[in-house]
Design a protein. Structure first.
Length: 349
C-alpha cells in the first residue's frame, strides 16, 4: 500500500490562510492548504510519498511544473512565499509543525530578506552562433595559427585540436566580457544576483536577479536598453516574476542515526560527545592526511578522502540541527539524544 504523507511547497508569512485551492486540470487532485506555526504557515497538500531519486524524468518534469505552479499561484494571492526544495515530504501534520518550529528563526530571517522582492531570471544567447564562431576564427592570433598549420604538409588531428582549443579560449573571453557588461548594467537595479552554470556554448549568461517590486519597471526598462544595445550579437530571454528560487530555497533535511554513527566512525571520534570545533579539527587533519595530492600512488585514496569529506558534511548538518533545537554546546552521538535533533532547516546551497 502506498504511504501517504504531506508534500511541502513553501512557507508563507501568514497564519490566517487555510484552504487555498483545489486543482481542476492537473494530474494532482489534492487540495492545497496550510499548516500554521505562530505567524507562518507551510503550504502543503496530502500526497503519496515518492522517492524522487528513482522517479522517471517524465514524472519529475510533471512534479516540477506543478510545484512551481502552486508557488506562483500563492504569489498571485499576494503572499510572500519561501520556496521549499522539490520533493520535500513530511510524515504528518505534527512533523510539519516540528519543521516550522525548528526552522522558525531562519524562516523569519529569510522572510525579511525576501519581503517585497521577486526574482527575475535573465538568459542571453548568441544571436547567430555560427557567425560568432566565424568572426572568432578571423582574429589575428587564430589566423596566424591556421596559416602556420597550412604551411606544413599533412594536417593532423592534433593540429585541428589546437585550433579548436584556441577558438574556444577566444570565444570564452568574448562571452565573459559580454556577461560582465550585462551584470554591471543590471547590478544597480537589483539587491542581489547569482550567476548560474551555462547549459551549452550558445549561452552567454544565465543569471538570477533579486529585484525590489517597486524597482521592477526600472529593471525591465534596463533589460530593454541592453537588448537594443546588443541586438546584433545577443538574444535575451527573461523569466519572472518568480519567488526567490535561486537565493532562498529552503532544504529540509531529516537525518538518520545510522548516517550520524557512520560519520562519527569515519572521522574516528571516540567519545559520545563532540563540539563543532573538535569535529572541524579532526576533519582538517584527516583530509590533509588523505588528500590525493599527498598520496598520488595510493590505491583508493580518493575514495577515502571523499568519504571523510562526506562524513564531515553530515556532522556539520547535525550540528546545525542541534543548534536549531537549542543544543549549542556539543553534539551527542547517543541515539536517544539524537532523536531530539533529527531535522535541519537550511537555505539550499
Amino acid at each position: 500500500m502506498d504511504k501517504i504523507g504531506i508534500y511541502i511547497y513553501g512557507i508563507i508569512n501568514s497564519n490566517s490562510a487555510s484552504d487555498f485551492f483545489t486543482p481542476k486540470d492537473s494530474y494532482k487532485k489534492e487540495s492545497v492548504y496550510t499548516i500554521s506555526y505562530q505567524d507562518v504557515s507551510a503550504v502543503v497538500s496530502n500526497s503519496e510519498i515518492i522517492e524522487y531519486a528513482y522517479s522517471s524524468k517524465d514524472t519529475l518534469a510533471k512534479l516540477l511544473v506543478w510545484h512551481q505552479k502552486v508557488i506562483e499561484k500563492i504569489m498571485d494571492l499576494k503572499y510572500t512565499i519561501i520556496p521549499v526544495r522539490l520533493g520535500t515530504f513530511a510524515l504528518d501534520e505534527a512533523e510539519v509543525k516540528d519543521i516550522l518550529s525548528k526552522g522558525y528563526s531562519l524562516i523569519k530571517d529569510v522572510m525579511e530578506k525576501t519581503r517585497d522582492k521577486i526574482e527575475t531570471d535573465v538568459v542571453a544567447t548568441w544571436t547567430d552562433f555560427n557567425s560568432t564562431l566565424k568572426e572568432v576564427g578571423e582574429e589575428e592570433e587564430i589566423k596566424k595559427l591556421k596559416e602556420k598549420i597550412l604551411d606544413n604538409p599533412g594536417i593532423t588531428v592534433d593540429d585541428q585540436m589546437k585550433v579548436g582549443v584556441m577558438i574556444k579560449k577566444v570565444l570564452d573571453k568574448k562571452r565573459e566580457k559580454y556577461a560582465l557588461q550585462i551584470q554591471t548594467f543590471l547590478s544597480d537595479y537589483c539587491t542581489a544576483f547569482k550567476i548560474h552554470a551555462l547549459m551549452d556554448d550558445r549561452m552567454v549568461i544565465n543569471a538570477a536577479f533579486l529585484v525590489n517590486k517597486l524597482e521592477q519597471k526600472d529593471f525591465d526598462r534596463k533589460i530593454e536598453e541592453i537588448n537594443t544595445e546588443f541586438a546584433e550579437k545577443l538574444n535575451f530571454r527573461c523569466v519572472g516574476p518568480l519567488p526567490s528560487y535561486s537565493f532562498y530555497t529552503l532544504e529540509i533535511k531529516k537525518m538518520k542515526f545510522e548516517e550520524i554513527d557512520w560519520a562519527k566512525k569515519k572521522l574516528r571520534l571516540l567519545d559520545d560527545f563532540a563540539t563543532a570545533k573538535e569535529i572541524e579539527k579532526v576533519h582538517r587533519k584527516l583530509a590533509f592526511s588523505f588528500h590525493p595530492d599527498r598520496n598520488p600512488n595510493t590505491p583508493g585514496i580518493e575514495k577515502e578522502f571523499n568519504e571523510v569529506t562526506k562524513a564531515y558534511r553530515i556532522l556539520a548538518d547535525y550540528c546545525g540541527a542541534c543548534k536549531q533545537a537549542g543544543s549549542v554546546d556539543s553534539l551527542s552521538f547517543n541515539e536517544e539524544e539524537f532523536n531530539k535533533n533529527t531535522i535541519l532547516v537550511k537555505v539550499k546551497d
